[in-house]
Design a protein around this ligand. Structure first.
Ligand SMILES: NC(=O)c1ccc[n+]([C@@H]2O[C@H](COP(=O)([O-])OP(=O)(O)OC[C@H]3O[C@@H](n4cnc5c(N)ncnc54)[C@H](OP(=O)(O)O)[C@@H]3O)[C@@H](O)[C@H]2O)c1
Length: 332
């Protein structure tokens, strides 16, 4: 499963990953460090030390910052994982949301196109309203919140500036350095404490484990034939209730602690669509294999836990005080 990208990267290639303090950027940078001669990762408010990765703090919105970092490190490829992903924060601070999610993405695409840098930009299932998933790349987005709208605008300005870029819409879960950035961590923290937790029976998604997604992104990075929009998600969809119960079973906890609740009755329901699954036919054809299932992703989450990966990530963030201030459970 998930093939190999070994043949697609030259040993001399340099990769820049933005947002390496985040849920996706961290495992992506860690994997890339084993495959690229040089990996540079940008951080912002999070301070993090990643073996084999040169981290550099940067506000991607500060004038000229993107050109400076590209000039300094001269990457051959860039994967843009930086974003403001906290839905409520995007509603409260729309100017910041559009500045990071759209304007910085556009600035990166302009520089990438001008210098023939391979660019992958990460987008989200939240560009859709969730009324009619699973969604294909050809379906018209209709975001229901500022986050989704800023990400949809980012897709458009990225591809307008750099038509050879690959824009990957995804949904993800995994372990983060902060311990609170994914829906899986939300379920795990409650279930391992023996607490009951609500799971929505009418909210469907198709998330990939971050480590699976990282492998797929590195493969696609080496295939410049792949451009435009691509959905990278699990090959099947699951309700968030079922997701919580499957995590409980996989980790050997009481699945009865996950209580069924209708999302439509919850206060946050207006901010998030209900049927957000992404169709992965195009990705399957591009990669020449099926994408992992949600259950395989949960198996990966457990495998990483058993291998001590969770503690390893948490030890990478040298300033524990930041863990408390980090936003919890973001785009989910
Ligand atoms: N999480 C999900 O479930 C999900 C689902 C679908 C799509 N996505 C997409 O996947 C990508 C990665 O998401 P994620 O979950 O890894 O997000 P995340 O954990 O919130 O990380 C985002 C990163 O962006 C950085 N950042 C924010 N503002 C910045 C700025 N002004 N300058 C430089 N860096 C800045 C943050 O840095 P600091 O932490 O250092 O401040 C953080 O490391 C995003 O494009 C997101 O839209 C995520």
């Amino acid at each position: 499963m998930l093939g190999s990208d070994a043949a697609t990267h030259s040993a001399k290639q340099r990769l820049l990953v933005t947002g390496v303090g985040g849920l996706l950027g961290l495992p992506l940078a860690m994997l890339a460090a084993q495959r690229f001669s040089e990996v540079v990762g940008t951080t912002h408010s999070t301070s993090i030390d990643i073996p084999g990765v040169r981290t550099t703090p940067i506000d991607l919105c500060s004038p000229g910052a993107i050109e400076r970092i590209i000039d300094r490190h001269r990457p051959d490829c860039v994967i843009n994982c930086a974003a403001i992903t906290d839905l409520e924060r995007c509603e409260r601070e729309p100017a910041e949301a559009y500045a990071v999610n759209r304007d910085a993405a556009q600035a990166l695409a302009v520089v990438a196109a001008a210098r023939d840098i391979r660019l992958i930009h990460i987008s989200t299932d939240a560009v859709f309203d969730g009324s009619a998933g699973p969604y294909r790349e050809t379906d018209l987005p209709s975001p229901v919140n500022i986050y989704g709208d800023s990400k949809w605008e980012a897709e458009q300005v990225t591809l307008a500036a750099d038509p050879r870029a690959l824009v990957v819409r995804t949904c993800l879960f995994g372990w983060s350095a902060q311990g609170n950035r994914s829906l899986a961590e939300f379920f795990v923290s409650r279930l391992e404490a023996g607490d009951e937790v609500l799971g929505y029976t009418d909210a469907f998604f198709s998330p990939l484990a971050t480590t699976h997604l990282a492998q797929l992104l590195l493969r696609l990075l080496g295939d410049r034939e792949q451009s435009g929009l691509l959905h990278l998600a699990s090959r099947d969809a699951m309700s968030k209730y079922q997701f919580g119960r499957n995590i409980a079973r996989q980790f050997g906890w009481d699945a009865g602690l996950v209580l069924a609740r209708e999302r439509s009755a919850a206060a946050e329901s207006t901010l998030r669509g209900a049927q957000l699954a992404l169709a992965t036919d195009r990705a399957r054809d591009a990669l020449g294999e099926e994408l992992p299932s949600v259950s395989e992703g949960i198996g990966e989450l457990h495998r990483l836990h058993v291998n001590g990966h969770r503690e390893h990530l948490r030890a990478l963030e040298p300033d524990p005080s930041k863990k408390e201030s980090a936003h919890a459970c973001t785009d989910r």
